[in-house]
Design a protein. Structure first.
Length: 186
């Protein structure tokens, strides 16, 4: 049975270099489940996506900047991957603070591929079981996570996956976790 997230606002935090299918497929899953996705980025305008970190993708309009967005206004956070995207966000103190809010309040977080770099920086991964793109395994273990190689892993409201090939399982599990709502903070 499909889960409904009707009325829930879901923040999609990203910047240039986001992996296009890791944005578009979860976005569609949120819409199809009745949720309202909101694209949040460090700057106004549009965000340019990539396909496979090499080929230029489409551009997507920013709904709110990090300066404008209040994480308290959202029910969940989705972090699409892409090496360039993730590397930039993990060094942006406002992006780190935004992600930290979701950990501190127990709101669902879904991250795929390289997006977990931001969660390591925000101290979200410590003590959790998760997965990511395999090249991040050592980084995540060093940040206190238990890294496993599976298509999707959930741990106290945190949903993680490895790469675009995992998107069907990622999207389904992400929607289920958003429908469940808040978990114990931390």
């Amino acid at each position: 049975m499909a889960h409904s997230i009707s009325g829930k606002r879901v923040a999609f935090l990203l910047t240039h270099g986001v992996e296009q299918p890791e944005l578009t497929e979860p976005w569609k899953a949120v819409q199809d489940a009745g949720g309202q996705p909101v694209l949040i980025a460090p700057e106004k305008g549009e965000v340019r996506a990539m396909k496979g970190d090499w080929e230029r993708g489409d551009s997507f309009p920013v709904d709110q900047t990090l300066d404008e967005a209040d994480p308290a206004d959202f029910d969940a956070l989705v972090l699409p991957g892409g090496v360039i995207n993730a590397d930039h966000l993990r060094t942006d103190r406002k992006a780190v603070a935004f992600a930290t809010h979701f950990k501190d309040t127990g709101k669902p977080i879904a991250a795929i591929c390289h997006a977990l770099w931001l969660l390591a920086e925000a101290d979200v991964v410590k003590g959790r079981e998760l997965t990511s793109y395999k090249s991040l395994a050592t980084d995540l273990k060093n940040a206190g996570a238990t890294w496993v190689d599976r298509e999707v892993v959930t741990d106290r409201g945190l949903t993680t996956s490895r790469h675009p090939g995992d998107l069907p399982a990622f999207c389904s599990t992400m929607i289920e976790e958003i429908a469940e709502g808040q978990h114990a903070p931390g």
